[in-house]
Design a protein around this ligand. Structure first.
Ligand SMILES: *[C@@H]1O[C@H](CO)[C@@H](O)[C@H](O)[C@H]1NC(C)=O
Ligand SMILES: *[C@@H]1O[C@H](CO)[C@@H](O)[C@H](O)[C@H]1NC(C)=O
Ligand SMILES: *[C@@H]1O[C@H](CO)[C@@H](O)[C@H](O)[C@H]1NC(C)=O
Ligand SMILES: *[C@@H]1O[C@H](CO)[C@@H](O)[C@H](O)[C@H]1NC(C)=O
Ligand SMILES: *[C@@H]1O[C@H](CO)[C@@H](O)[C@H](O)[C@H]1NC(C)=O
Ligand SMILES: *[C@@H]1O[C@H](CO)[C@@H](O)[C@H](O)[C@H]1NC(C)=O
Length: 443
């Protein structure tokens, strides 16, 4: 049973605290041209509309991408990519940069989690090895330009944006950085891995190495993943943060909530007034692990709400988060709750195009696939249960990279999809950065 002390991380996450760090945040403008789908739009205003979309997406025998595809289009546009650049002190780290692309449900903070004084920061581990890193919010997400969730923010457009950022890094065209890089290594997580591999297939000369974390080439477990995801409208899921609802009324009404665990006490008080007597444990379970925490998320913030359009969707709550991303007993609950509070949505256009990545890349440099053994979306919960003599499910991705030298698949124990939230995340970072150093991609 959850004790009152477990309320602490929940309250900390609401506060959204963050320590200062010597990295810079800025916007990288990109112009892109993307050949992509033109989809028939279906209603996505309510949670039940969104559920119907998920039902069609998973319907046996139907390819919903093909059902909705009316035509192809060439999307042409100028967009803003929000980036965070970090580099080691002392004039090192100027020749090799790791370009970090987050997965679904996260933003660039995935790579530099402020939780617990940055104990699970991939960025810190890479900087220690002498790398510079640039983490971006993928096009459409977070502080990068948002767009039409059907026909603008699709996988292909994001790959083009990633490629444009890569070229600017290589040529020294990011004024906030002020110099070029000889090598750009693409490090992705999940959908970010798919986009990195996609870039390597379209523009093999624009990458020097791939690290594809939280990924395998199979789509066998996609339905289980989406089902457990329990797709809801982002605007309705976190109305104060993802929508445009104002929290000022709430803050005025419940000003007592601003202090410490008064939030839980306040809710308990309201419930008691209604004649509902619930223990703190029950209230904790019902708030922290369910959509109730999402309903109030952002109430204590002064930042501008993200105001995503309908058609941006999110998983329902922290139980879905664990189902899809976390291995119980092997992740820090506080960090898990932090990830729920700070999650990001995705677009239905992404859901319709994520599976369209090229089945072959002619990239001939080093490729590391790095996936947690208990990964659900790509391994069905066990990357070693191949049912064949293959060493692992991620090892099967070798077929997409016939020229990669070397290709390696590494399975991280006691870790599910959201690698960075697990206890042994730093063990993972060590393997990745040593591997790069051992294969000609040292800083
Ligand atoms: C609300 O925000 C303030 C200022 O950031 C913080 O000190 C306080 O702890 C927060 N309260 C809760 C309940 O999150
Ligand atoms: C589904 O349809 C799209 C659009 O026609 C196509 O690109 C994709 O390959 C199809 N997917 C499968 C699994 O057949
Ligand atoms: C990559 O570079 C090689 C050698 O310069 C060139 O032959 C090839 O066309 C380039 N490939 C792409 C996709 O630009
Ligand atoms: C909030 O968003 C809704 C739906 O997009 C819109 O109709 C409404 O005008 C917006 N309200 C404000 C205050 O921006
Ligand atoms: C797996 O088994 C097949 C035959 O069933 C064999 O041809 C292949 O070499 C084996 N692969 C490995 C890695 O042992
Ligand atoms: C942590 O991960 C590293 C790299 O995979 C591994 O060598 C180590 O055994 C792991 N530690 C634990 C306690 O599982």
């Amino acid at each position: 049973m959850a004790s009152l002390t477990l309320l602490a991380p929940f309250l900390v996450l609401l506060a959204g605290s963050a320590a200062a760090k010597s990295c810079t945040d800025f916007i990288i403008p990109v112009d892109i041209l993307s050949r992509q789908g033109l989809f028939k739009k279906v209603p996505l205003e309510t949670n039940l509309d969104v559920t119907a979309f998920a039902q069609e997406l998973l319907r046996n025998g139907q390819n919903y991408t093909a059902t909705l595809l009316e035509d192809y289009q060439t999307l042409k546009g100028s967009y803003k990519i929000s980036a965070k650049f970090c580099h080691p002190e002392g004039g090192i780290g100027e020749s090799v940069v790791q370009l970090l692309s987050h997965g679904i449900g996260f933003d660039k903070a995935y790579w530099d989690l402020p939780y617990n004084d940055y104990s699970n920061s991939y960025t810190d581990a890479a900087l220690k090895e002498g790398y510079s890193v640039l983490a971006i919010d993928r096009l459409g997400i977070g502080m990068s330009s948002h767009g039409d969730p059907f026909n603008e923010i699709q996988a292909q457009a994001e790959v083009e944006a990633l490629n444009a950022v890569t070229t600017k890094l290589r040529k020294g065209e990011v004024p906030e950085i002020g110099h070029s890089f000889a090598k750009v290594i693409h490090v992705g997580h999940s959908f970010g891995s798919i986009q990195s591999l996609w870039l390597s297939a379209l523009y093999p000369n624009n990458t020097d190495g791939l690290v594809l974390t939280g990924w395998a080439a199979t789509g066998d477990f996609t339905s289980v993943f989406w089902a457990g995801w329990n797709m809801h409208s982002a605007r309705l899921n976190q109305p104060l943060r993802f929508g445009n609802a104002s929290s000022s009324g709430l803050l005025n009404t419940y000003s007592a909530w601003k202090a410490g665990d008064a939030l839980i006490k306040g809710i308990q008080m309201v419930l008691n007034k209604l004649g509902v007597g619930l223990s703190p444990d029950t209230i904790w379970e019902d708030i922290a692990t369910t959509e109730v925490s999402n309903l109030i998320r952002g109430y204590n913030e002064t930042t501008t709400p993200l105001d995503y359009a309908s058609g941006y969707v999110s998983w329902s709550d922290f139980t879905a988060n664990q189902f899809c991303f976390l291995h119980k007993g092997h992740y820090d609950l506080g960090l898990g709750l932090f990830s729920e509070a700070n999650k990001q949505p995705m677009t239905v256009g992404e859901a319709l195009t994520i599976g369209s990545f090229p089945q072959r890349s002619s990239f001939s440099g080093p490729v590391l696939v790095f996936t947690g053994r208990e990964d659900l979306p790509f391994c069905g919960g066990d990357c070693l249960a191949t049912g064949t003599n293959a060493t692992s499910i991620p090892a099967g991705a070798k077929a997409l990279f016939p020229k990669a030298t070397p290709f390696e698949a590494y399975i991280q124990p006691d870790t599910a999809h959201g690698i960075n939230a697990h206890y042994n995340a730093t063990g993972a970072y060590q393997v990745i950065n040593s591997w790069l150093g051992a294969h000609g991609l040292g800083a």
